[in-house]
Ligand binder design. Structure first.
Ligand code: SF4
Length: 290
């Protein structure tokens, strides 16, 4: 595996920008519906091997059951987020020539999509970290890592496929944790008495009752919050990196200043118009008004 290319350590990296990290399905060759595999489960009605088109995929790369994904048993499709990797691989790396038009490119395109998605997800978090820290050195490190990832994305297909993603991920993870600690401490400067011992990274909080709790500054990175009741709780400064929020109840919760939250996590949860969200995330279509 080729190590990640590095950018200069002296240049001031530009602020990262999330605009290119939003999916644009109209400019993608349905890479999530082909490159990825899924197993029959509560989220997918059928088995589908990786590298093959879904049986619901039309020849124009649209989904024939798009308006009925949940009732037809494809809830998993409604919560997937490629972080803009789909259009970048389709139009950028492969110049707008699809796997259908050039079948020999398919395997490389699918592999590039999987790597690009991981890198774009890292960029999503780094952008937030860069904006939330008050430490100029930490901000610089986040920006430099973002620039390194952008350089890897811009180096062509073979460079991307040879990238040591684990090495990049380890560096990104360290910066994200460092900035998380800074942000969380600022929310619990008056003490952490409101945080009990169960609120730790990776905690099993499945079905837990966290209703109307002040959770500010908790580290719930990777926590299992499946079906947890978080209604009317304050999650300001809560690290939710990779937390599993499937079917969590978020009605009335304040997530406006939560850390490392993604659209995919919201889409998997339940909530309402009374849920307060970060400015750059939107209320999922299936949430009610109550
Ligand atoms: S059901 Fe539709 S959105 Fe889901 S993988 Fe198949 S074609 Fe894509």
């Amino acid at each position: 595996m080729r190590p990640a290319p590095t950018s200069s350590t002296t240049d001031t990296p530009p602020p990262l920008d999330r605009r290119s990290l939003r999916p644009d399905c109209t400019n993608c060759f349905a890479l999530c519906c082909t490159a990825l595999g899924f197993s029959r489960s509560a989220d997918f009605a059928v088995d589908k091997p990786a590298g093959t088109p879904c049986r619901n995929l039309a020849s124009d790369f649209s989904c024939t059951i798009h308006e009925a994904l949940r009732p037809r048993g494809f809830r998993g499709c409604t919560v997937f987020d490629c972080f803009g990797a789909g259009q970048r691989v389709s139009r950028g790396l492969f110049g707008g020539i699809s796997w259908a038009a050039d079948p020999e490119s398919g395997m490389d395109m699918f592999a590039a999509f999987k790597t690009a998605r991981q890198l774009h997800e890292m960029l999503w978090y780094l952008e937030e970290a860069q904006g939330r820290t008050f430490d100029p050195e930490a901000r610089h490190r986040a920006g430099r890592l973002g620039a390194t990832i952008e350089a890897a994305m811009g180096g062509g297909v073979q460079q991307l496929l040879g990238l040591d993603v684990e090495e990049v991920h380890a560096s990104v993870r360290a910066v994200l944790i460092e900035i998380s600690e800074e942000v969380r401490m600022s929310y619990s400067a008056a003490g952490r008495e409101h945080l009990d011992a169960a609120l730790v990274p990776g905690a099993d909080l499945i079905g837990g009752n966290l209703r109307s709790r002040r959770l500010c500054g908790a580290d719930l990175r990777g926590a299992y919050l499946i079906g947890a009741d978080l209604r009317f709780s304050d999650l300001s400064g809560v690290d939710l990196l990779g937390a599993d929020l499937r079917d969590a109840r978020l009605d009335g919760a304040d997530l406006s200043r939560a850390l490392y939250l993604t659209q995919s996590q919201l889409d998997a949860a339940g909530g309402s118009r009374a849920t307060r969200l970060p400015a750059d995330l939107k209320m999922p279509a299936h949430w009610g008004d109550s």
